[in-house]
Design a protein around this ligand. Structure first.
Ligand SMILES: [Cu+2]
Length: 450
């Protein structure tokens, strides 16, 4: 009898969970309603079978329960019943598979008017390339990939010159226009997924895969990697913004092309030296940092990182949170730099400065810290040397008191919470993995040994 009750509770509980579950599809934002229908059909069929089989089981357990004056009857074959079950199962399985085949046929047939967008995945970032005015994506070659050429663009292909290289992990798409996503990976398997779009596809190193869709609703949606692609897999986030044509055009106008990127002049360190006089008041003559001013060392930081931070300060992406006491001291200083040229110049000068060895100011246990650093090293490098491809700065040699404050700020959303701070957001997720004060001190003590 207990078993019968358990079976009935199982049925009722499952149905109740199904209908009242808070974990359900996000409201759809693309043309792929057919995928939802397919999933619904599957749920109806499996749901019906689930209820029928368990109810039948409960009925049998009750109806044919043990009784001393009853004997089981042995019936090895029953043609009629077997025919029924075979036909019923075949129809059920076919009904689940057929809609999938219909959807798949649509999925592989991309509409002719779809525009192409390339999505490039790597541990643990998303990047995008759009074809530009000629509508054609230029040639690429994995062997050409470098810090200045993240997509591996060929310099000789004229079709590539006007390609738009989106310098962030946020892609914009115009509403109601079909788009074909061409997917490439720089390293391992990834999977491009926007839950609201329903379609998803693997990125496979060495080949170009694709998926297509028509966005049907404006909004900002998360891009997730749905392939377990390494230690920071869960931090591999991006965004897709679907917007009206006019907003899309405005966004497009702000992007730079491959030709623009090649034309950017190198910074002039001599000009930057004069600008740096202002900075030296807090950051020190040699960029050695000054704890009394709460200003970190700049010497040793890579140029691409310095330039990005300065832009973020200027744009209010960093140093604008009301609790960011020290960031707010820095933000007005960044505004002293009038434009990108000024940023490049001062950055070029800072790159010429030399660092003294860091000193310990915290008492942590480097041996325990070494273990904790393993996951950080995936982005910041095994020796804390930084990794430009991942936009993760050098940590070795940086002041521990400063890094401690940054980790605190990341943890509490004081840094990295701005919606455009996509790199900072990764660090928010990482900093939250450090459980307590001691864990942070140990880790920083280890960093001091690098
Ligand atoms: Cu991934």
């Amino acid at each position: 009898m207990k078993l019968v009750i358990a079976l009935i509770l199982l049925i009722v509980g499952t149905l109740a969970f199904h209908f009242w579950s808070p974990w359900w599809f996000t409201p759809i934002a693309s043309n792929w309603g057919m995928i939802d229908t397919t999933v619904d059909i599957t749920l109806w069929i499996t749901g019906f079978v689930f209820v029928a089989v368990n109810a039948f089981l409960a009925y049998c357990v009750y109806r044919f329960r043990h009784s001393p004056d009853r004997r089981a009857d042995y019936e090895p074959e029953n043609k009629k019943l077997e025919t029924w079950l075979t036909v019923g199962t075949a129809v059920g399985v076919a009904a689940m598979l057929a809609p999938g085949l219909i959807v798949w046929a649509d999925f592989v047939n991309v509409p002719d008017d779809a525009t192409e967008v390339e999505v490039l995945g790597m541990q643990w970032q998303w990047q995008y390339r759009l074809p530009g005015a000629d509508g054609v994506l230029g040639e690429v070659d994995a062997r050409l990939i470098s810090q200045d050429n993240p997509f591996g663009m060929s310099k000789n292909d004229p079709a590539g010159q006007d390609d738009v290289l989106v310098n962030s992990n946020e892609l914009h798409l115009p509403l109601d226009r079909p788009v074909k996503l061409l997917l490439r990976s720089k390293d391992v398997l990834h999977n491009f997924t926007v839950p609201q779009f329903r379609v998803k596809m693997d990125l496979v190193p060495g080949m170009v895969t694709y998926a297509w869709l028509t966005p049907t609703r404006t909004g900002k949606f998360d891009v997730l990697c749905m392939e377990l692609c390494g230690i920071a897999h869960y931090a591999m986030r991006g965004y897709v913004v679907v917007e009206e044509q006019a907003d899309y055009d405005a966004w497009m106008a702000q992007q730079s092309t491959w030709a623009d990127m090649q034309a950017i002049p190198a910074g002039n360190a001599d000009v930057g030296k004069t600008t740096y006089l202002t900075c030296a008041a807090c950051h020190g003559q040699q960029g050695e940092g000054n704890p009394a001013m709460n200003a970190p060392r700049l010497a040793g930081l890579p140029g691409w990182y310095i330039a990005r931070q300065l832009k973020h300060y200027k744009q209010g992406i960093r140093g604008a949170h009301e609790d960011d006491e020290y960031g707010m001291q820095m933000a007005p200083m960044a505004n002293v730099l009038a434009n990108d040229t000024a940023i490049r110049d001062v950055t070029a000068y800072i790159e010429t400065l030399h660092a003294r060895p860091a000193t310990n100011t915290l008492n942590g246990d480097p041996a325990r810290g070494a273990g904790r650093y393993v996951s950080c090293g995936a982005c910041h490098g095994a020796n804390g040397e930084g990794n430009s491809a991942l936009q993760a700065p050098r940590l070795a040699g940086q002041d521990d008191w400063y890094m401690k404050r940054q980790l605190h700020n990341f943890r509490h959303g004081i840094r990295g919470a701005h919606k455009e701070d996509t790199y900072g957001h990764q660090m928010v997720l990482m900093a939250r993995s450090l459980k307590d004060e001691q864990a942070i001190n140990d880790l920083l003590a280890y960093l001091n040994t690098l």
